[in-house]
Design a binder for this molecule. Structure first.
Ligand code: UDP
Length: 329
């Protein structure tokens, strides 16, 4: 019998790719998702349990039924602008909801936990690239909600012997290279899918949020990492905890940054189409540059991205979008 892993938020973008990676590695992923942002059709590698992370009775029921050996947690709100406008939503779900989930896991004696964290815990650091030793100073409620959970996990680890790993993603992007699942945010706010929409003509143009940043071409620089590489890192994190690895937080990025203009060039190369653009004001809360130092993840998790060059990221996203003939939400 294969080992079961509870994938909380398993119907979402990164969670569904993690389910596929787990299944490939011989685990049975059980997706637990309230389907508020996730899609039932993205749950393909194991059962779906519909439920909210704040619903302790429902969590207890799913845990008793499936008896997982570990859990991964992707169920969070992740829109920076929304977190500024409605912090209550973020603290209630991302923090309070996660504490309910952790209580249910501890009661069920599930002692291996992989948490979706973010480079937003670092805020706007003065030096690049960002290592785990870079001071954590989030600049919005989203980043603070993730850091609060990381801090709780540190305390839980010390007090309860709870085994956890926090994975701080830089910019998750791309789609399953076999085209079975992809990115389906409603509405879609992310750069690469929106640039693809503009190339395809289902958006009239791509807004470029600021070209007066202190970067070589004036647009923001990000470290784009393929979602399938992120998914593999989650499986590695479970195995590492299994082998007695200590709790800790690791940056998941490539170490290579691309500007918005360079991403647009990659989209034009992949699609062989023009991306019409419109210059727009800076988006509130956007740091000029976020690039990872992934050295620790390389050592601790064997993290070696295979699909994270920008052309592969864009090509997989484009293939998936063409396959589902995606419209703008
Ligand atoms: N961006 C942009 N136009 C868009 C969406 C995003 O210029 O329609 C920029 C955004 O300002 C940021 C980068 O692209 O500098 C990546 O943004 P995204 O929302 O994809 O990810 P984030 O960095 O916010 O996690």
């Amino acid at each position: 019998m294969s080992s079961t892993v509870l994938v909380v938020g398993g119907a979402g973008y990164i969670g569904s790719h993690a389910c596929k990676a787990l299944s490939r590695a011989g685990y049975l992923p059980v997706a637990y998702d309230d389907l508020s942002l996730g899609h039932a059709h993205a749950v393909k590698w194991g059962p779906l349990e519909v439920g909210d992370i704040a619903d302790r009775a429902r969590l207890d029921e799913a845990l008793a039924k499936h008896r997982p050996v570990a859990a991964m947690h992707f169920a969070a709100f992740a829109a920076v602008g929304e977190s500024v406008a409605d912090p209550e939503k973020y603290y209630r779900n991302n923090v309070a909801g996660t504490l309910t989930l952790l209580a249910a896991l501890r009661a069920a004696k599930v002692n291996r936990f992989v948490f979706s964290s973010t480079c937003a815990v670092y805020g706007t650091p003065g030096t690049m690239p960002i290592a785990e030793t870079t001071p954590k100073a989030p600049v919005n409620p989203y980043g603070r909600s993730k850091l609060m959970v990381e801090q709780a996990l540190e305390d839980y680890g010390r007090a309860y012997g709870f085994g956890w790993t926090a994975l701080r993603y830089f910019n998750a992007a791309g789609a399953d290279p076999e085209g079975e699942i992809g990115e389906e945010h409603e509405p879609e706010t992310h750069l690469i899918p929106r640039a693809l929409f503009a190339a395809k003509g289902i958006l009239p143009y791509l807004d470029v949020f600021g070209d007066d940043y202190p970067t070589p071409d004036g647009t923001c620089i990000r470290d784009y990492v393929h979602v399938a590489d992120l998914a593999d890192a989650h499986v590695a994190a479970i195995k590492r905890l299994d082998a007695g690895g200590a709790p800790g937080a690791f940056n998941l990025g490539t170490g290579q940054g691309y500007s918005v203009r360079q991403v647009i060039d990659a989209v034009e190369r992949a699609t062989k189409l023009n991306v019409p653009i419109r210059m727009a004001a800076r988006r509130a809360g956007d740091p000029p540059e976020l690039v990872a130092n992934p050295a620790l993840a390389r050592v601790e998790l064997g993290f070696a991205p295979k699909l994270s060059d920008i052309d592969t990221i864009v090509a997989t996203a484009w293939r998936r979008m063409a396959a589902v003939n995606r419209q703008v939400g």
